[in-house]
Design a protein around this ligand. Structure first.
Ligand SMILES: *Cc1c(COP(=O)(O)O)cnc(C)c1O
Length: 411
């Protein structure tokens, strides 16, 4: 990075806004629905609520609940609604964090401090997670000097027997995803939780990308397996508001089966000149805007609104699954939520993916197995046919069977 001078003179908002709009020209056109990554596009009505609520509380600070009882109350209400959606028992507890990585970090930290008091674990402690678990676990482990044991999956799902075999006297926690990000598949949470209970280890469910989607998809009638606090051995759950909760970025939730568990989460630091500093999570200053926007969107949509948005997500997924299968792609596993991945047995899916990127579809891909990845939003239900038409064209571009070969032209 080179150094740059701060402009000597300030500029007007109009000038600055124009500069920023010019910068944004090069960004993906997610509002048109051609982005299947990073953004959850629930439409302009939700975006307007997010922005207005964020702006109202953008200077306020969640670090000071006594100064801002409004934020403290909104956070309590958001957490309480999340607990309700995830079938938490009475006495369960949770907190808002800045994102999924933060929520997973706090769950691991809480499990560790609980274990130090309540269990006699050898150190370094280890985490036993499926190959498909999010790298946030590795980050938490790196910071807390824990060992990560990634266990190969079985049919793309957490291999319960192999994970059980990887547990030893130093195992702090096991985890499953609902769903995992790479394939959008829900791990066998009940079986994992049964192992966790039997072995006396903490069980975390990473529902970062499913926590605010699955409950509504289930209300719409999909036969989802139990994945939340309805499963007895589940100790904690992470669920991101800034994903399928359609909140502004910087908002997630972490939940614990009981307040006795949650009590190991806060930091009690100091003393320093101001005494002790007790904070619920890693953050000091916490953005009031992110808390307010999450609260506002939840109340803007309600159960009816979420059901409608999530129905559109599932409908988009079903259209694309069917269309991709017609083109000879093979969907990985049986996705039930908003993420799917599909591969192809005779062309390289990553080459097709590159062609799709050229056609303006900004989406992710998997290397194991090589496959195209889509994280769908309600908006994608409107553009699914367009996507499939481009997928067909991209497939033709790279397909040796149908593309005219060089030899054909030579003749
Ligand atoms: C997105 C995601 C995370 C991480 O969340 P961030 O908000 O990006 O930090 C963790 N786990 C899963 C399954 C996710 O999809």
């Amino acid at each position: 990075m080179t150094k740059a001078a701060l402009p000597q003179h300030g500029q007007s908002w109009e000038e600055i806004e124009a500069l920023m709009r010019a910068k944004a020209q090069g960004d993906v056109k997610w509002r048109e629905g051609r982005t299947g990554l990073y953004v959850f596009n629930a439409g302009p009505d939700v975006e307007r609520v997010q922005k207005a609520a964020y702006a109202m509380f953008s200077a306020e600070n969640g670090l000071g609940p006594a100064a801002f009882p409004s934020l403290a109350q909104m956070e309590r209400e958001v957490v309480a609604i999340g607990l309700g959606l995830l079938n938490a028992p009475g006495g369960a507890a949770g907190a808002m964090t800045s994102g999924g990585t933060d929520s997973i970090f706090m769950a691991v930290k809480t499990a560790r401090d609980h274990a130090r008091t309540k269990r006699k674990l050898k150190e370094p402690m280890n985490l036993v997670i499926p190959f498909t678990a999010h790298p946030a676990f590795d980050k938490a482990a790196a910071v807390m000097d824990l060992e990560v044991r990634r266990v190969p999956v079985n049919d793309l799902l957490a291999d319960v027997a192999a994970m059980e075999a990887a547990i030893d006297e130093a195992t702090l926690l096991i985890a499953g995803s609902a769903p995992c990000f790479p394939y959008g598949l829900i791990d066998p949470i009940e079986a994992l939780a049964e192992v966790a209970q039997r072995k006396g280890v903490w069980m975390h469910v990473d529902a970062c990308v499913g926590g605010y989607l699955a409950p509504f998809v289930r209300m719409e009638g999909a036969p989802l397996p139990p994945f939340d606090f309805a499963v007895p051995g589940v100790s904690s759950i992470s669920g991101d508001l800034h994903k399928y909760g359609y909140a502004s970025k910087g908002a997630s939730t972490v939940f614990f089966r009981s307040n006795d568990l949650r009590e190991y989460m806060p930091f009690d630091a100091g003393p320093w000149p101001m005494g002790r500093m007790v904070t619920p999570t890693l953050a000091g200053t916490r953005p009031g805007g992110a808390i307010a926007a999450a609260w506002a969107v939840m109340h803007f949509l309600g159960v009816d609104g979420y059901r409608e948005k999530q129905r559109a997500v599932v409908s988009a997924r079903e259209k694309i699954e069917a269309g991709a299968a017609r083109l000879g792609f093979r969907v990985l596993g049986k996705p039930q939520l908003g993420i799917l991945a599909f591969t192809h047995d005779s062309v390289d899916p990553l080459q097709v993916h590159a062609k799709m990127m050229q056609r303006g579809w900004f989406t992710a891909a998997n290397l194991e197995p090589r496959s195209i990845h889509l994280m769908l939003s309600p908006k994608h239900n409107e553009v699914a046919e367009q996507y499939l038409a481009d997928l067909e064209a991209s497939l033709r571009d790279v397909s040796p069977a149908t593309a005219p070969s060089a030899a054909t032209y030579a003749n």
